[in-house]
Design a protein around this ligand. Structure first.
Ligand SMILES: O=C(CO)[C@H](O)[C@H](O)COP(=O)(O)O
Ligand SMILES: [Fe+2]
Length: 219
């Protein structure tokens, strides 16, 4: 079944705990946490204290998407704060294998993220080492942007390499995922769909999650 990872970036922060419990009840698989530093991306969002605060609220894995410069400096703290998955951007990691090893040394699942303009081939040297590939389908920084169509080819490429090399990492997509774009992502090979505005801009979050999953799995 397609996994849905609601991005809390679009949640109502004044009642974040309730929002998370609500999407958990509504069938979410991961809680996607967008950490932005105002340097790598032109926005500042949430950080360590929020990850610590939400950890006891949910049994779902916290999928922490680090959009920050110098991720190596912060990986131990995010692991200790309760991250279950940490993804680092290919564009920010100076020594990617070291970052991935550092994440795994903390007992956390490790993923690599690529921006829409970063070629999928940059993932080739690291595929054997990771638990997850995250393909950005918008430029990182904000929720509610439009899906960039030509990222689909990259999802297909990564899925092809996974098959050829008999690997088991998950393929996650992030940005502009909704009932109209979900199926194209899963057809291309995505297993996990991040959805922020498509879930939290709806008054009924359960219905939103169900509809995205149904769209993703349409025959
Ligand atoms: O990483 C992100 C932005 O950088 C978010 O996870 C993403 O944008 C989710 O929001 P939406 O589903 O509204 O596009
Ligand atoms: Fe994200």
């Amino acid at each position: 079944m397609t996994k849905i990872a609601p991005s809390i970036l679009s949640a109502d922060f004044s009642k974040l705990g309730e929002e998370i419990k609500n999407v958990e009840k509504g069938g979410a698989d991961y809680i996607h946490v967008d950490v932005m530093d105002g340097h790598f991306v032109p926005n500042i969002t949430i950080g360590l204290p929020v990850v610590e605060a939400i950890k006891p609220v949910t049994d779902l894995p916290l999928d922490v998407h680090l959009m920050i410069e110098n991720p190596d400096e912060y990986i131990p703290s995010f692991a200790e704060a309760g991250a279950s998955i940490i993804t680092v951007h290919q564009e920010t990691a100076k020594h990617l294998h070291r970052s991935i090893q550092q994440i795994k040394n903390h007992g956390v699942k490790a993923g690599v993220v690529i921006n829409p303009a970063t070629p999928a081939e940059t993932l080739l040297p690291i595929l054997e080492e990771i638990d997850l590939v995250l393909i950005m389908t918008v430029n990182p920084g904000f929720g509610g942007q439009s899906f960039i169509e030509n990222t689909i080819r990259k999802i297909e490429q990564v899925a092809e390499w996974r098959k050829e090399r008999d690997l088991e990492f998950e393929i996650e997509v992030d940005g502009g995922v909704n009932i109209h774009t979900a199926r194209r992502c899963t057809q291309a090979g995505a297993d996990v769909l991040v959805a922020g505005s498509a879930v939290f801009n709806r008054s009924n979050r359960h219905e939103a999650i169900r509809e995205i999953r149904e769209a993703a799995e349409e025959k």
